[in-house]
Design a protein around this ligand. Structure first.
Ligand SMILES: *Cc1c(COP(=O)(O)O)cnc(C)c1O
Length: 387
């Protein structure tokens, strides 16, 4: 059977394998020195003071929601066009999720829509740097600060992106930023994630919550004995292992190469599709002067019957050995969310319209010229001959 072309995929080379092998044969395969080394490398790369590495991006969002103080009775605003984890993390904390609409062009949360939804209950905003294009961070920051809200940035798509000269994850315009190291993301640790922050208070809370809510300080150990620790709140085991962090460090060395390859593929898609402008809406390429880092390449149909054409094109690509994806079904359409929203209206016309017309085409560092040409020619053939 011929393997089909995925929408994304990790790139693992022999230096990654060597790094993992070395850690596997060392004294510590978990709770050893590699975790902190990886955290320091990420802090340096993003320009943040503190980093807490955890088991996956969802765990990172969960801990960030708890550290922010979100709880029952509170509300948090996010985009409906994101992975389920962004909204689920709010629910884990006991708070309610409120969905703001997206900007139709950038697919990022629309600050105007956030403003309309702020109530006395609102405690946090979770912007998502969708597809690798940062959200309108400065504007969202102003809204948050003038209303006393915490910003938890879901930067899972945007490691390596910049906003107004600062790296995403520097927390210049957020209280905490969250990344995922799932294999489809810019770098991978298998499963993994992290939170970046400049706040010592959040940092200490995140570290404790990662490991059962346990605190171990010199101060209390001097008083009570060297074995002593205190569980001060209900935490979890959300730890990441040392061999995953060894892989993460090895991957992080190659991030510039990974991103350049993604940018190169996106540019080639844009050039190839520019002659299909009567069918397509090409993706936004920058925000406030900063470049997209292309976690996803969004193919958007611009037709009267986009929804039915999207379905046929998706099936056509699949039957030709290309595996697109749809990112994402608006979260409020999920049966679970319908139930908990209990008829509460989500006025998100841009999210609805966007969902009907979109699919993600393959884009990943190991994508070959042949795979690229095949994808482009299959899309072109469908639009010009099969419609
Ligand atoms: C990948 C991703 C996450 C976290 O996913 P994990 O699989 O738990 O690492 C969260 N939000 C978004 C937008 C993502 O793409």
């Amino acid at each position: 059977m011929i393997k089909s072309i995925p929408y994304s995929k990790q790139k693992i080379d022999s230096s990654d394998i060597d790094a993992v092998r070395q850690t596997l044969t060392s004294d510590f395969i978990t709770q050893g020195p590699k975790v902190e080394e990886f955290e320091r490398a990420l802090a340096h790369y993003c320009g943040a003071k503190y980093v807490v590495a955890v088991a996956n991006g969802t765990a990172a969002l969960h801990l960030a929601a708890l550290a922010s103080g979100l709880k029952k009775g509170d509300q948090a605003i996010t985009s409906p066009i994101t992975f389920l984890a962004t909204a689920n993390a709010v629910l884990y904390s006991g708070a309610e999720v409120v969905f703001a609409d997206i900007d139709y062009d950038t697919v990022n949360i629309d600050p105007k829509s956030i403003r309309k939804l702020i109530s006395k209950k609102t405690k946090a905003i979770l912007p998502v740097d969708f597809a690798g294009l940062p959200a309108k961070a400065e504007e969202i920051y102003k809204i948050a600060k003038s209303n006393g809200l915490v910003i938890i940035e879901d930067a899972s798509h945007a490691l390596g992106a910049r906003y107004r000269g600062n790296k995403v994850g520097s927390c210049k315009h957020s209280d905490m930023s969250v990344f995922s190291f799932h294999p489809v993301k810019h770098i991978t640790t298998g499963e993994g994630g992290c939170i970046t922050t400049n706040s010592k208070k959040y940092y200490e809370k995140l570290k404790a919550l990662r490991s059962h809510g346990v605190y171990r300080t010199d101060h209390i150990q001097r008083k009570q004995g060297p074995w002593y620790y205190e569980m001060k709140e209900l935490g979890f085991n959300y730890r990441i292992t040392d061999f995953q962090c060894a892989l993460g460090m090895s991957q992080l060395k190659k991030i510039d190469e990974f991103i350049s390859k993604r940018i190169e593929i996106a540019q080639k898609y844009n050039e190839s599709f520019s002659e299909l402008k009567e069918y397509l809406k090409l993706p936004a390429q920058e925000i406030d002067g900063e470049k997209h880092v292309w976690h996803l390449y969004l193919l958007r149909l611009n037709l009267k019957n986009s929804a039915s054409v999207r379905r046929k094109l998706f099936e056509y690509l699949k039957s030709n050995g290309i595996n697109p994806q749809v990112h994402y079904i608006p979260i409020f359409r999920q049966p679970f969310y319908k139930r908990i929203l209990n008829g509460r209206k989500n006025h998100c016309p841009n999210a609805e319209r966007y969902y009907d017309e979109v699919m993600s085409l393959p884009i990943f560092p190991t994508m070959s010229e042949g795979e690229f040409q095949k994808t482009v020619s299959t899309v072109k053939r469908f639009l010009t001959q099969k419609l």
